[in-house]
Design a protein around this ligand. Structure first.
Ligand code: ATP
Length: 247
């Protein structure tokens, strides 16, 4: 089986504030139609890697100083966020940023800002509601008053409204109860299987990520220390001991 590679990160270095070297040569590839997990503890460099890919480091005074990032074979470094969305890549930020004073539905519609065909937009809104029935129930509610899990769903749903090919999902489990984490990952898997959406997700929750992902990379202090099919990582003694909390 030949897999088409969508995203290719090759040996990137990232420096913040001109001096703090945070990524020390990270390489990874994301195949079309896969769920790829980027794992590692607090501060390992997961968020930095995602932001490097989606060109969001600039506002953090960070820059890619070495290596390359290619999407469908084309260099994407330096594209502005809107151009990145047009390329097909969207990032769902950590911490489920919603517009709190807008309704759930208005939040979702902001995700379609690069599009103009209103019939297509309406159809995609219904598509989002079929995957997130909870959001359908709360479509007229002010987003700021919905639960943490619902806000995470709004953040993912809004990203879907740009019709992305690849979704970079930063720490979807953060701050959520186990049952909700399960619910969100199940929806991610559904979107992957039924809509063909490609995911690169950063997670500290290795356990859940390796159950849903196909392939994983483990980052430690800005370097990939291990990678492999999720099933192999789950059975690897070091991964079990250091990341899955069992030996
Ligand atoms: P977390 O789960 O905490 O987000 P992470 O693996 O995503 O962890 P990053 O957020 O990428 O890690 O951070 C990696 C390192 O870079 C950390 O040591 C962090 O302190 C540092 N860092 C992150 N953002 C900045 C910044 N804007 N300026 C300077 N250093 C930063």
């Amino acid at each position: 089986r030949t897999e088409e590679t969508l995203l290719e990160v090759n040996n990137i270095e990232v420096i913040y504030n001109h001096v703090i070297l945070v990524l020390k040569g990270v390489s990874l590839s994301v195949p079309k139609g896969g769920i790829t997990a980027l794992l590692g503890g607090n501060g390992a460099g997961k968020t930095t890697t995602l932001k490097a890919i989606s060109n969001l480091l600039h506002s953090e005074r960070g820059e890619v100083t070495k290596g390359s990032i290619m999407y469908r074979g084309a260099n994407t470094q330096g594209l502005d966020p809107a151009a990145m969305v047009k390329t097909g890549v969207i990032q769902v930020m950590e911490g489920r940023h919603c517009f709190e004073h807008l309704t759930v539905e208005e939040n979702l519609l902001t995700g379609a800002y690069t599009r103009s065909n209103s019939a297509d937009i309406a159809r995609d809104l219904e598509m989002v509601y079929t995957y997130f029935p909870r959001l359908n129930e709360r479509r007229k509610s002010q987003a700021g008053y919905t639960s943490g899990g619902e806000q995470q769903m709004v953040a993912i749903g809004r990203a879907l409204m740009s019709r992305p090919e690849t979704i970079l999902l930063d720490e979807p489990s953060m701050g959520l109860a186990p049952q909700l984490v399960e619910e969100i990952f199940t929806i991610v898997k559904d979107l992957n299987e039924k809509e063909g959406a490609t995911f690169l997700l950063a997670e500290q929750n290795t356990n859940v990520a390796l159950r849903f992902a196909h392939y994983g990379y483990i980052l430690e202090s800005g370097r990939v220390v291990m990678d492999g099919p999720a099933k192999e990582l789950r059975e690897n003694p070091d991964v079990k001991e250091f990341y899955l909390g069992m030996s």
